[in-house]
Ligand binder design. Sequence first.
Ligand SMILES: C[S@@+](CC[C@H](N)C(=O)[O-])C[C@H]1O[C@@H](n2cnc3c(N)ncnc32)[C@H](O)[C@@H]1O
Length: 213
Amino acid sequence: MDELHSSKLGTLEFWDQRYEEEKNSFQTHGDPGEIWFGEESAERVINWLSNNGIPKNSYILDVGCGNGMFLIELAREGFSQLFGVDYSQGAIDLAKSIADKQEFSSIYYSVENILEGLRGIYDIIHDKGTYDAISQSENPKQNRELYLNSVFNSLRSDGYFIITSCNWTQSELDEQFSIKFNTFKVIPTPQFKFGGSVGSLITTIVYKKKIIE
Ligand SMILES: C[S@@+](CC[C@H](N)C(=O)[O-])C[C@H]1O[C@@H](n2cnc3c(N)ncnc32)[C@H](O)[C@@H]1O
């Protein structure tokens, strides 16, 4: 499996600068900034959580939460124990401002670099676009491994890890995560057909931890 080429999306400088701009835009126009992969991609995951008996008081972490809009939508659905981490201070400032304005100030946000390990233990860990960014960093193979260990160590043994990616296919993600996770469910995403084969522009997969002796 080939690694992705490194790009500015894999650097903290890029995200810091971007969230400075988004913070200004939120203060001036009330615009929360980009919804990565569109609102429907978050809706698909939230529907899956709601329709599969996930208790509303589950501890849910969004890794690389950005502006925190995924957590806001979960709060609207009645989920109550919500946590967001991002390594960009600007993202966390923006997410806090949006949550305060929308009166969801009980969402807990903190600056954490997932590659240095995560602080809490969670029932659900969610990622939309963060593993993609990490896969474009300078040392992608090493960083993907650090990411995998962080998620594994911070997830309860019966928890779910849910990832949405636009850079990796289902089989590539399965190959990368299969050392520590079993595929539990592939959440269907819009498909396109090209030259007789069917593919997806984004992939969303629910994983469960493997029991490692
Ligand atoms: C493509 S954006 C997605 C943001 C958000 N998940 C969403 O769906 O709107 C990737 C996010 O990952 C964050 N990120 C990248 N590497 C990270 C790391 N090592 N630790 C924590 N956050 C990271 C970036 O700051 C950025 O907010």
